[in-house]
Design a protein around this ligand. Structure first.
Ligand code: NDP
Length: 293
């Protein structure tokens, strides 16, 4: 019999992920802002749960996609006495390893399994169903989680025990942040030297300094001056903080991570709260007195 799935967190990336889930499994949804719950249920043939406890009581597997592990803990606790033996939580939040291990222990006390399953690939990857999913947990739980995330996944990898998916995701996003800042600073200088931004990017993308930032984000968002808002700077700054803590806890040098963390915080202070992560380059442009075009 098909697993009944509950999806919690209909945000920018959670919504397209939940669409694929609802196409595949009998699905219940819950979102903090209730109007999103009812609109989603009506549009995608899912059941709108009136509360987290109602959702937990009605399903076999709960998928969460929230800003932080602290938010995940709040909804787990809101499930109250509805949790029961044999259920599984698949946490697609970009969480932190320590909070995640504590959440897994809280669920284990109720005989509920837990897998951290953060995703990479952005809202466009979620829409296309091609996300990379990094799974942390016990092998049998991970195999069950793989079948749940399959509708929105292009690649699923079991990376280690609970918490390691979130550690890997944080490092990945730190590399994204470092690339955004490093490419922004370098391109601002080249434009000031008279090299058109598009020409500089063309050369870099045929050379060893290329990255997803130079190949996709800068052409689509910066050179075009489109600046779409798909993944907030606030969330990337959160991930950078998680990554910095992962390195510090592991006793690894973290000078670059610490510097970029400070820069993201400063950029957040100068942009509005809804700014996209790529808009950190607007702050570099402003300080350099040049537009990357
Ligand atoms: P959004 O800010 O768009 O959405 C956040 C969602 O979480 C909303 O549904 C919000 O509800 C809900 N929420 C927030 N706090 C709570 C709470 N305390 N209790 C219950 N619900 C809460 O975030 P995204 O969808 O962009 O990101 C979700 C996660 O996925 C984050 O961890 C992010 O880092 C990660 N991620 C995002 C990517 C992206 O491209 N956007 C890419 C890869 C990972 P409400 O509607 O009421 O505000």
């Amino acid at each position: 019999m098909a697993e009944r799935v509950g999806f919690i967190g209909l945000g920018a990336i959670g919504t397209p992920m939940a669409v694929h889930i609802a196409e595949t499994f009998p699905t219940h949804v819950w979102n903090r802002t209730g109007t999103k719950t009812t609109a989603f249920a009506a549009a995608h043939g899912a059941t709108a749960a009136p509360s987290v406890a109602d959702l937990v009581g009605a399903v076999d597997v709960v998928v969460t996609c929230l800003p932080t592990s602290k938010d995940v803990r709040e909804v787990l606790e809101a499930g109250g006495a509805a949790w029961r033996e044999g259920q599984l939580v698949v946490d697609c939040t970009s969480g932190d390893p320590g909070g995640t291990r504590a959440n897994a222990a809280w669920l284990a006390d109720r005989s509920v399994g837990f897998v951290d399953a953060p995703v990479s690939g952005g809202t466009s990857g979620a829409e296309k169903g091609t996300l990379t999913v990094m799974l942390g947990g016990e092998a049998d739980h991970v195999e069950r989680a793989r079948t749940i995330v399959a509708p929105f996944a292009g690649k699923t990898v079991h990376v280690g025990p609970v918490g390691t998916g979130h550690a890997l995701k944080a490092v990945n996003n730190a590399l994204l942040a470092i690339n955004v800042i490093a490419a922004g600073e370098g391109l601002a200088a080249l434009v000031k030297l008279g090299v058109p931004g598009a020409r500089a990017v063309e050369v870099i993308n045929a050379s060893s300094g290329r990255s997803n930032v130079t190949e996709n984000l800068i052409p689509e968002r910066v050179l075009s001056r489109a600046w779409p808002r798909t993944f907030s700077l606030a969330l990337l700054d959160k991930d950078m903080g998680v990554a910095l803590a992962v390195l510090e806890d592991a006793g690894v040098p973290s000078e670059t991570y610490a510097a970029v963390k400070r820069m993201l915080e400063a950029a957040r202070g100068r942009l509005d709260a809804a700014a996209d992560h790529v808009e950190a380059m607007r702050v570099i442009e402003e300080d350099a007195g040049v537009e990357i075009r």
